[in-house]
Design a binder for this molecule. Structure first.
Ligand SMILES: Nc1ncnc2c1ncn2[C@@H]1O[C@H](COP(=O)(O)OP(=O)(O)O)[C@@H](O)[C@H]1O
Ligand SMILES: [Mg+2]
Length: 459
């Protein structure tokens, strides 16, 4: 990344521009105002002093020189009495009639004195003489003469100059400071962002172990926290994926090994017919187990990929219960169970009929498998709390309380139970139910286990 593209460089540049603009505004606005105010106040001081003096100018012209020489120190300015109307283009300089300083000529362009004589009113202003600035007040006297007070502005202006230089210096320091500060802050900021970038790369390459820490409470801190939540979630998913693959391969391997063993035994010439038949029947069981496992795994992978298409049609849970009952009648009888159907009024639901039957099969299969001979399995359809319900109840040993939360996990089997299943049935049933906007609840204790599927009711 080019250095000028970095957030740090951009931030410090922006800060620099802001500070420089602020300084320029202060400088360009403040210094001229200060100068004007100081000069104006100097001029304003001269006017009353001059008017005071004008009232005391002696009548006799011969006393004027002494008068101006005596007055000059009291007003702290050069005092002159001139007749500016004597000046014209042909006569650019004339001597003042009286002058507190060693006599010099009055130049033609003293517009203040000329204005005073012409208008007959006091005039004041600023003017340059010999390259130096002066404040001047001109008070008209009798007969076109004018009393002029002229005070140098050099001291005042040098003060302004001092302020100007100080301001420039302070400005330069402020600029440097803002640059350093801006760059420093931006550097820290950019470093945190780079840390996040590295963390994201780490996650992208599949390493979820290292937590992402950023102690800041600002947006970057929040981003880091969000990243860390993502990392934990991905780590969990990755763990589940590995576990799933390990479990699935283990489940597949067991029946395949068994089948391999039977095939070798059947190859043996000396096996008698009865044993051969027994082997064949066990091998068929293993093939059935493998087929069921493959179907379950396929279902789960479709569920994971979100590729299970579900109908939203009106279906009668009573009919579902009857159909499952018919389907399992023979199996139940063979296992010594009695299978009953109870219909509690209308049980119209909205959902996918085939998938609902699939859930019912999973529940009934479990109830027949995990309970002792001679017990009753009851399928009930009805309506409860405004929901359509399909319930499968058995009289088996039940599922211990601590395990109840796990029976819906993939590959989970309760220890000590029948171990022919793969532990996928309830996981599939639960996901299907939730996809249809329903749920499966479990109530179990010794002698009674009830799995209850609830679905949205039909209007
Ligand atoms: N009706 C039931 N009575 C007792 N235990 C049950 C019942 N239904 C399920 N279980 C327990 O829950 C576990 C998970 O069930 P399931 O997901 O269908 O897997 P599988 O039946 O293939 O083992 C079973 O292994 C069994 O231990
Ligand atoms: Mg099962």
């Amino acid at each position: 990344m080019s250095p000028l593209r970095s957030v740090g460089a951009r931030l410090s540049l922006a800060l620099l521009v802001v500070v420089a603009t602020a300084l320029a505004i202060v400088y360009a606005g403040l210094v001229p105002i200060l100068e004007r105010n100081l000069v104006d106040s100097k001029i304003d001081q001269l006017v009353p002093l001059g008017e005071n003096l004008a009232a005391r100018v002696p009548n006799s012209q011969t006393e004027w020189q002494i008068f101006v020489e005596n007055s000059a120190p009291t007003v702290n300015a050069r005092v002159m009495i001139v007749n500016p109307l004597l000046l014209d283009a042909t006569e650019p300089t004339v001597l003042p009639l009286a002058d507190s300083q060693s006599t010099s000529s009055l130049q033609i362009d003293d517009p203040i004195a000329v204005r005073a004589a012409a208008t007959g009113r006091t005039q004041s202003g600023r003017l340059e003489r010999g390259g130096k600035p002066y404040a001047e007040a001109a008070i008209p006297l009798a007969q076109d003469t004018v009393l002029v007070l002229r005070a140098p502005l050099e001291d005042t202006l040098s003060n302004v100059e001092l302020v100007r230089r100080r301001l420039l210096l302070a400005g330069a320091v402020a600029l440097l400071l803002s640059l350093a500060l801006g760059y420093g802050a931006a550097y820290l900021f950019a470093r945190r962002l780079r840390r996040l970038e590295r963390a994201a790369d780490r996650i992208a390459s599949g390493r979820f172990d290292e937590p992402i820490v950023d102690r800041g409470r600002d947006e970057v801190g929040q981003l880091a926290a969000a990243f860390d939540r993502m990392r934990e979630r991905l780590a969990g998913l990755e763990r589940a994926r590995r576990e799933f693959i390990a479990n699935a391969s283990h489940e597949l391997r067991t029946p395949i090994f068994a089948l391999g063993g039977f095939l070798e035994l059947l190859d043996d010439e000396e096996v008698d017919e009865a044993t051969r038949q027994e082997f064949l029947s066990t091998a068929r069981e293993q093939v059935a187990r493998l087929t069921k496992l493959a179907t379950d795994l396929l279902d789960l992978s479709r569920l994971d990929a979100g590729r299970v298409q579900l109908d939203r049609e009106k279906l009668d849970l009573g009919a579902v219960a009857r159909s499952i009952c018919r389907e399992f009648e023979a199996v139940a009888r063979a296992k010594g169970h009695s299978l009953e159907t109870v219909l509690d009024g209308s049980a119209d639901a909205v959902g996918d009929e085939q998938r609902t039957i699939q859930i019912g099969r999973i529940l009934v299969e479990n109830a027949l498998l995990h309970t002792p001979r001679g017990t009753i399995v009851r399928i009930r359809a009805g309506r409860e709390n405004g929901r359509a319900v399909l319930e499968v109840a058995d009289q088996g040993p039940g599922i211990p309380e601590p395990q109840q939360a796990h029976v819906f996990d993939r590959f989970y089997r309760v220890d000590g139970g029948v171990t022919t299943g793969s532990g996928l049935g309830l996981a599939i049933a639960k996901e299907l139910a939730e996809l249809m906007g329903g749920a499966i609840e479990l109530e179990s204790g010794p002698g009674s286990t009830v799995f209850r599927l609830t679905l949205p009711p039909a209007a």
